[in-house]
Design a protein around this ligand. Structure first.
Ligand SMILES: *Cc1c(COP(=O)(O)O)cnc(C)c1O
Length: 221
């Protein structure tokens, strides 16, 4: 199995008009990202600001960089000039900072709101009530340098595919609700990783975030 073969496998697995592939390259060396790039991959996902910056410097400039991990407010300034999409906006405070940094660079930063959908250990993300109130109060308008264009969620880590499917279904229906009632700008639904992307696509994902099945297991030493 090579990175190139894996990218080609995913290219054949679903049509980019329905769902796009983000190659999650965190912890992986630039040589492997270059291999994916040479196979035609242009969207890459990282979860650490410094690592994303270093890879942005080292690799071709037509790559679109997606921040998928928890983002600290004091680090927004480093990626605001170039980041393609921030999937992991998990608080109003973070959105305020992205708006401020976007303003400094006169750049509207594309963002997704991360929604907490898994039943287990609650860490990052808005819950349903918070995000509903966000749209009901028409808050996207208060952040002119953030383009809130969708939602992101991670399903529970479980073998129970019914549970995973239900969590994705819940996120999809929230997405449809906000699209209808509050924002025509809602166009991206980021859900699905190596273990559950097929279910995610069946449930309406527009962006799957796949690491292990492209680059192999990660080694965090
Ligand atoms: C690491 C990561 C992924 C990719 O996970 P794989 O199981 O390696 O495909 C997807 N989404 C987020 C938010 C991640 O942090």
């Amino acid at each position: 199995m090579s990175v190139k073969n894996n990218i080609n496998f995913f290219k054949k697995s679903f049509s980019p008009s329905d769902c796009r592939l983000i190659a999650v390259s965190k912890t992986k060396p630039v040589e492997l990202l270059q291999e994916a790039y040479d196979a035609g991959q242009r969207l890459f996902g990282e979860n650490k600001v410094q690592e994303m910056e270093a890879k942005f410097e080292a690799l071709p400039k037509d790559i679109e960089w997606h921040m998928i991990g928890h983002l600290q407010t004091n680090k927004v300034k480093y990626i605001a000039p170039f980041v393609g999409l921030i999937h992991s906006v998990d608080s109003i405070k973070l959105l305020e900072e992205i708006n401020k940094q976007g303003g400094k660079h006169n750049r509207v930063v594309p963002c997704l709101l991360q929604i907490y959908i898994a039943q287990e250990e609650t860490k990052f993300g808005f819950d349903e009530a918070e995000v509903t109130s966000f749209f009901e109060r028409d808050l996207p308008k208060s952040f002119p340098f953030c383009f809130v264009q969708g939602l992101m969620g991670m399903a529970s880590l479980t073998d129970d595919t019914d549970k995973i499917r239900n969590e994705f279904k819940g996120l999809k229906s929230l997405f449809e609700l906000f699209k209808k009632t509050h924002s025509q700008n809602m166009k991206e639904l980021s859900m699905g990783m190596s273990s559950d992307y097929q279910i995610a696509i069946e449930e309406g994902s527009t962006l799957v975030r796949i690491g292990t099945s492209i680059f192999g297991e990660r080694n965090y030493n």
